[in-house]
Design a protein around this ligand. Structure first.
Ligand SMILES: CC(C)(COP(=O)(O)OP(=O)(O)OC[C@H]1O[C@@H](n2cnc3c(N)ncnc32)[C@H](O)[C@@H]1OP(=O)(O)O)[C@@H](O)C(=O)NCCC(=O)NCCS
Length: 438
């Protein structure tokens, strides 16, 4: 990596809000940033109007953009107008699952052009952004990653994982217990126009630890109105669940039917949102009842999915893939740990190692009546638990057990009882579930 002087001699780092100009079109710096992001993620060149829609979403979400620009671009190259590195952040609330939330510095759109890679652009953008996030008062940063090996070095840990699953229709029904309520097919437009989609999502987020507020631009896609490319779609169907025919909707699903390379037909779930466990089960039962179809595929399942135990034959359930979903990075240990609810009372001292310094220190956590009090104590004090800030992030939602991290050598404790105490404290009321991508 070049030293600071080399970096500054070659590049200029600029920070600016995502914005539209007076003519309603993306401001030039915003448009150039979007062009580089599309290039970095191998997206096709945008159709007319696409940047305007994306920029409107970014501006509505209050996104801050970073651009790293070459000071001496090669004449005639895109370096003359586009940044070589892009980075974005905005505020996104993360649910603790008990009706309370914490605002995270949500990081997105991280790209570096291949001609400038491995010259320290990402490191510079990340350290700048985290310093700004800490100064703006964020206790926690969050991101979703395209690769698993980039972000640990910056203190991010995998706080929630997700699964792609398939349920084979032939052996799935009947469920072992009867479902309740009423499922009805609706138009995707009605989910949006009636506000049902967002209301159900808000209720889902309130009760689901790990759920995060969605980007403005996400809604037309998940509700089946537009594709990822922003173009209108016509092949998406929707259904809602109500506890009774006249009750308020407490769940919805959008899906499309696709032919698989195997020749089988699959219902592909786009969005499945449930404010109650009954809604989740009933919507699955409905999807598994659709005739002229072999499989139901879902790309956002939680690790401990109740559907497995509900099926007539649990072998109808297959895990196709599992990977990291949300990564968390603690910037302020007391603020983060005092924001979270706890399942058990107790006291522990925790030493946090942090190469970037934000969270470094030894802290005493006292939990009484499910709420934590945190005090920083003298560095060098004996601690019950020693871990890197990336592991603290991994533990926050209760998706990863401290017992597992101790077994993998990433968490150290003089007394194994401390690890069990921490596990009891952090155990969430429900399996964490996040269905927000950013
Ligand atoms: C990933 C990406 C942003 C890295 O940018 P970069 O400017 O080359 O990274 P830097 O030179 O600042 O490297 C910072 C550190 O990350 C490491 N690193 C960078 N990219 C990495 C990768 N893909 N896998 C593993 N390590 C990586 C570097 O080795 C370096 O390590 P060190 O500082 O500990 O020595 C860039 O390769 C890219 O745009 N990739 C395509 C888009 C993408 O994947 N974006 C991430 C979206 S979540």
């Amino acid at each position: 990596m070049p030293d600071n002087d080399d970096f500054t001699a070659r590049y200029e780092l600029r920070e600016f809000p995502a914005a539209l100009g007076a003519d309603g079109e993306p401001a030039p710096e915003t448009a150039a940033s979007l062009a580089q992001v599309g290039f970095g993620f191998h997206e096709p060149n945008p159709k007319p109007g696409a940047f305007k829609r994306i920029a409107e979403g970014l501006a509505a979400d209050g996104v801050t953009l970073l651009g790293v620009y070459l000071r001496e671009p090669v004449a005639g190259s895109i370096d003359e107008t586009w940044p070589a590195g892009t980075f974005a952040w905005f505020s996104k609330a993360l649910s603790w699952g008990d009706g309370t939330t914490i605002d995270t510095q949500a990081i997105s759109d991280v790209t570096v052009r291949p001609t400038e890679r491995r010259r320290g652009i990402l490191r510079r953008m990340m350290t700048h952004a985290l310093e700004r996030g800490a100064a703006e008062g964020f206790a926690l940063a969050a991101l979703t990653a395209s690769e698993g090996t980039i972000y640990r070095r910056f203190g991010f840990g995998v706080a929630i994982r997700e699964r792609d699953i398939t349920v084979k229709r032939a052996r799935a029904l009947p469920f072992l217990t009867p479902t309740t309520g009423v499922v009805s097919v609706v138009t995707p437009e009605s989910l949006s126009e009636s506000g049902v989609g967002r209301r159900v999502f808000d209720r889902f987020t309130e009760r689901s630890i790990g759920s995060m507020v969605r980007n403005t631009a996400t809604w037309p896609f998940v509700l089946g109105l537009r594709g990822r490319d922003g173009e209108p779609v016509r092949n998406v169907r929707a259904a809602v669940h109500r506890p009774s025919a006249s009750g308020e909707a407490d769940g919805y699903v959008t899906w499309r039917i696709a032919e698989r390379p195997s020749g089988q037909t699959a219902v592909e779930i786009i969005d499945l949102v449930y404010a109650t466990d009954a809604a989740y089960l009933s919507l699955w039962e409905f999807l598994l009842s659709i005739d002229l179809n072999d499989l139901v595929k879902y790309r956002g399942a939680r690790l401990d999915d109740p559907i497995v135990t509900a099926l007539a034959d649990s072998r109808a359930f297959d895990i196709d893939h599992e990977e990291d979903h949300v990564w968390l990075r603690v910037l302020d240990v007391p603020a983060t740990l005092q924001s979270r609810p706890y399942a058990a009372d107790g006291s522990l001292t925790i030493e946090v190692v942090d190469a970037l310094g934000f969270a470094r220190g030894t802290y005493r956590l006292d939990v009484n009546d499910g709420r934590g009090q945190v005090e920083r104590i003298a560095d060098g004090s004996d601690a019950d638990i020693v871990l890197d800030v990336a592991e603290l992030g991994a533990l926050l939602l209760g998706s990863v057990s401290p017992v597992t991290l101790a077994a993998s050598g990433l968490l150290r404790a003089g007394d194994p009882a401390s690890v069990l105490t921490l596990r009891s404290m952090l155990t969430p009321a429900r399996t964490p579930h996040g269905i927000t991508y950013f």
